[in-house]
Design a protein around this ligand. Sequence first.
Ligand SMILES: Cc1cc2nc3c(=O)[nH]c(=O)nc-3n(C[C@H](O)[C@H](O)[C@H](O)COP(=O)(O)OP(=O)(O)OC[C@H]3O[C@@H](n4cnc5c(N)ncnc54)[C@H](O)[C@@H]3O)c2cc1C
Length: 487
Amino acid sequence: MTDIEKPTLVWLRDDLRLADNPALAAGAQLGAPLVIVYILDEMSEGIRPLGGAAKWWLHGSLEALSKDLASRGQRLVLRHGPAVDVLLELSGEIGAGHVFWNRRYGGGERAVDAAIKTSLKATGVVVESFQANLLHEPWTVRTQAGQPFRVYTPFRKACRAQLPPRTPLPAPDALPLPLPDVRTDSLSDWRLMPTKPDWAAGLRATWTPGEAGARTQFQTFRTERLKDYAARRDEPAADVSSRLSPHLRFGEISPFQLWHGVSPEALAETPKIELANVDKFLSEIGWREFSWHLLFHQPDLATRNFQSRFDAFPWPAVNEASLVAWQQGRTGIPIVDAGMRELWQTGFMHNRVRMIVASFLIKNLMVDWRIGEAWFWDTLVDADAANNPASWQWVAGSGADAAPYFRVFNPVLQGEKFDARGDYVRTYVPELANVPAKQIHAPWKSGGVAGYPEPIVDLGATRERALRAFAQMREEEVDSSSGFTDD
Ligand SMILES: Cc1cc2nc3c(=O)[nH]c(=O)nc-3n(C[C@H](O)[C@H](O)[C@H](O)COP(=O)(O)OP(=O)(O)OC[C@H]3O[C@@H](n4cnc5c(N)ncnc54)[C@H](O)[C@@H]3O)c2cc1C
């Protein structure tokens, strides 16, 4: 067999799509028999095991991808275990001539990919990786001093100064035949779906994982929501954001498709859309790029403060009852409870409300941001290794370009401003369904509502406590920097 006739192995990871998938396109183009594999790797060092909601999504996404491949005469091979072992074994088993994948940017993932690449190359296999999931790969964007960015606006400016993102690739019309007899796990054996209890009814009612679901979602966004995006994206009841985050997380749609999908040419068919909407949307895609830039340069972003001065923050012991009240949406603060219940029911939460509930946990309950981050990791369908810790650190004040710690969100004012009619709260907190808009964000001020808890903390007093803790951290900073050093 010549090298060109040897089978090609395409390893899919966070890129569960046929369109705009450079690794798959390269495999299709070679024309040799093609094996397409997904590996469930919950064991390799530095790779964060998926949370419950993300596992639910992954099951649906793999199921959809298998069907899409079957309709093109191909199949998805499923294997599990440490990716280094599994991939090298499979490559040897099929006698692969080429192995292709799209690049990943997390620290553990990069270590795995580098180890595999070295081993495969040593045995004469051609390995190639591609840019597929970020518009700007982290090492290509640098400050003038050659450093990684720590502030968003100049980062975005530097990205915009680069060449425009490449045109997305179409899904391959035809794929080479699979190799027969390659063993595959059965998806159901992976037990990604919850059973006892089955808590996923709300997720099923809300989402359609998979590439077709992503495409429909993006189309709806372009034709119905984008026109109001800039003006109303902060209103949780308005439903104008794209809700593409879980699709992006699993790579069912690429940022290249989004970027080109909102270009003037692509929008020529839709009703007129003010440019500000497109700019705002691309700016949010830019925040995703920024988070990955940060994670690339600090792989332990989910556990270590980006600003090390926050290592001295005096977190008190966790009050378990308060933490559980937050998790269950029973804090007595309506907008917080609505958000936490939206999360529990649907695996998603509106961006503005994510900021409010995170601020409440960190600043009013004084719970370490890492505990909130971990809860989101387990419950969000879009739990993203970069966006989640970067955003939690942003709210905590310890992150890059972060909201200052002393800016404590007032959840009552936030609710009154962004959910002025109370519609969002009413959707997720039925106990408050009959409370008039004027009282709905602070029902305790008008005597409370039967069946709905009183606030678990005093917002004013806890705000002051948080500010004192912050001041204490700063004093320690001054103390420690005023000492003599050896150099
Ligand atoms: C505490 C906290 C935790 C978060 N955790 C996650 C997470 O695990 N996964 C995740 O994808 N996003 C996370 N975000 C960012 C943001 O809330 C979601 O991306 C957004 O709400 C998803 O809704 P959408 O797809 O309708 O967004 P749109 O407004 O339609 O934005 C389009 C896309 O841009 C990206 N994006 C939007 N806002 C942000 C942001 N602030 N930072 C980074 N990327 C952004 C997302 O990929 C999103 O799908 C978090 C934000 C906070 C405050």
